[in-house]
Design a binder for this molecule. Structure first.
Ligand SMILES: Cc1cc2nc3c(=O)[nH]c(=O)nc-3n(C[C@H](O)[C@H](O)[C@H](O)COP(=O)(O)O)c2cc1C
Length: 191
């Protein structure tokens, strides 16, 4: 077997496709965001890597709030548009039906099956990107996306992203239960 070296690509594989929402001068702006991660459990913190030249930075700095929406597959074209068109040159405020939650300044997208409303907790400045860490103050969904009271990935039908081939994917089949599938092995192998 010949192992191939593949540079230093950040293989978070796949990535979720999300929409980062901010208000700039009271006008909503949304950018596609794949560099997004859980950061802390309690309080619930989420981190977003945003290139320093993006218009979105203005809104985060202005209000210290932002939203993260999970688009469904039928929103692919609009989501990609948000990843191609900058708010510097394009008005993306009328693309979606917008609603606001407790913070009042983090625009969320009604069509997104899931939305998280965040208050900026910390900014880590990296060479090319700002890493915004936000505390989730509330999240929103609709009854139709729930099964047994919990978000159902099949109903939500989110988009996934692979880089560097830059392609969107949908979620495949259920493969097993987390924190359970390895339990018998753990029990047998205890010292
Ligand atoms: C699928 C996809 C994911 C993206 N993910 C990110 C990301 O995580 N961070 C980032 O800085 N830019 C990302 N981009 C690029 C921005 O969304 C894009 O440059 C956008 O136009 C910036 O909008 P703004 O200038 O209105 O903030 C992504 C683009 C696409 C198509």
């Amino acid at each position: 077997m010949s192992r191939v070296r593949y540079g230093t690509h950040v293989f978070m594989y796949p990535m979720p496709v999300t929409l980062l929402g901010v208000n700039v001068g009271n006008r909503p702006n949304f950018m596609a965001l794949g560099w997004v991660s859980r950061v802390n459990a309690n309080p619930p913190l989420v981190g977003c890597g945003v290139a320093k030249n993006h218009y979105t930075n203005k809104g985060v700095i202005e209000n210290r709030t932002f939203s993260i929406g999970i688009p469904t597959v039928s929103m692919l074209e609009k989501t990609d548009y948000c990843g191609l068109a900058s708010g510097k040159l394009f008005d993306k405020s009328a693309l979606f039906e917008v609603f606001y939650g407790d913070l009042g300044s983090a625009p969320m997208i009604a069509e997104c099956p899931l939305s998280m409303e965040c208050r900026l907790a910390q900014t880590i400045e990296n060479p090319s990107n700002n890493f915004y860490i936000g505390e989730i103050v509330a999240s929103y969904t609709e009854e139709k996306y729930l099964t047994g009271g919990h978000p159902d990935i099949k109903k939500i039908n989110p988009l996934l992203l692979t880089m560097p081939d830059n392609r969107y994917w949908t979620v495949g089949e259920y493969a097993g239960d987390a924190w359970k599938a390895g339990m018998a092995m753990k029990n047998q192998s205890e010292k």
